[in-house]
Write a protein that binds this ligand. Structure first.
Ligand SMILES: O=C(O)CCC(=O)C(=O)O
Length: 281
């Protein structure tokens, strides 16, 4: 997406309007205006393609989704998060959970028009951002994950409802495995804040595996041995759209740099029996 000139013009227009209205200009304000400007462009054809690939293959990469300026703004915003909220390994931060609640700029991103333009064709017009996580990999706080599907969701509290379980608690937040039809109404968008290739812990995926429902754990290994994996390399500013039921894994990074990804789940379904998504507002 080569939007810089149009983006800048729209931002200038919006900033003049807001200053005229006597509103003050904060970091969050500028981020919001930049995202607003991106959302004023027409992404209809591209978002249709994204929807088709997400349905068929379970994932697609879109490079240049966020401008370099927006990436830098998001990194600054992440650095302002209270350190106590992050998850550490040997002193290094490798994850921040509940990102939609602890970083206002991540919520602004999740609720922006540009993101809506891509998520709405996939989930319909009634959807919510329901979980945000920052994943980083750096020497000292490096990690890998084996082949898996994302089968848990974060909820406000435990209510026993048919088809939901087992339950667990992560970082003080209640998690549960919902039935497959709930997971099928979720799409995850992973915004990349650093270049991420095979050496930098990129996600590896098995295309089409999201169509197999919840795969029993003892079948995952056989399945992925008989399948061809694909590496989802994404450059800084790019976004990976994926279904949570897509089989995926990631290796440790062998580079000395950050590998920061803002992972946001969007759901097009409300939960039954009084259950509520954790980040539902
Ligand atoms: O960011 C990664 O490398 C892996 C994250 C992951 O596996 C997940 O979101 O389930």
């Amino acid at each position: 997406m080569k939007t810089n000139q149009l983006e800048l013009e729209a931002i200038q227009k919006n900033i003049r309007r807001y200053v005229g209205e006597g509103r003050s200009i904060s970091d969050e304000f500028i981020t919001e205006r930049r995202l607003e400007a991106l959302g004023e462009l027409d992404h209809e054809n591209d978002s249709r393609q994204v929807k088709q690939q997400v349905e068929k293959e379970g994932f697609i990469v879109r490079e240049g989704f966020l401008s370099q300026e927006l990436v830098e703004r998001m990194i600054d915003a992440l650095m302002r998060i209270d350190q106590a909220r992050s998850i550490r390994q040997k002193g290094g931060i490798f994850a921040v959970r509940n990102l939609l609640d602890v970083c206002p700029e991540v919520r602004i991103l999740a609720e922006s028009r540009i993101v809506r333009q891509y998520v709405e064709p996939i989930l319909g017009d009634d959807f919510l951002p329901v979980r945000g996580i920052l994943f980083d990999k750096i020497p000292g706080a490096n990690w890998k994950v084996p082949w898996h599907q994302d089968v848990t969701i974060a909820v406000r509290g435990r209510i026993d409802v048919d088809g939901f379980g087992p339950w667990s608690v992560k970082a003080g937040v209640c998690h549960v495995q919902p039935p497959a039809d709930v997971l099928e109404r979720i799409v995850s968008v992973r915004f990349h804040l650093d270049d991420c290739g095979a050496e930098n812990g990129a996600l590896r995926v098995i295309a089409g595996s999201h169509l197999m429902g919840k795969i029993p754990e003892d079948q995952i290994d056989r399945l992925r041995r008989n399948a061809i994996e694909q590496v989802c390399a994404v450059r800084t500013g790019g976004a990976l759209f994926m279904r949570p039921l897509l089989l995926h894994a990631s290796s440790q990074s062998v580079l000395p740099d950050h590998r920061r990804v803002i992972h946001i789940d969007f759901a097009g379904v409300s939960l039954p029996g009084g259950l509520r998504w954790f980040s539902e507002q």
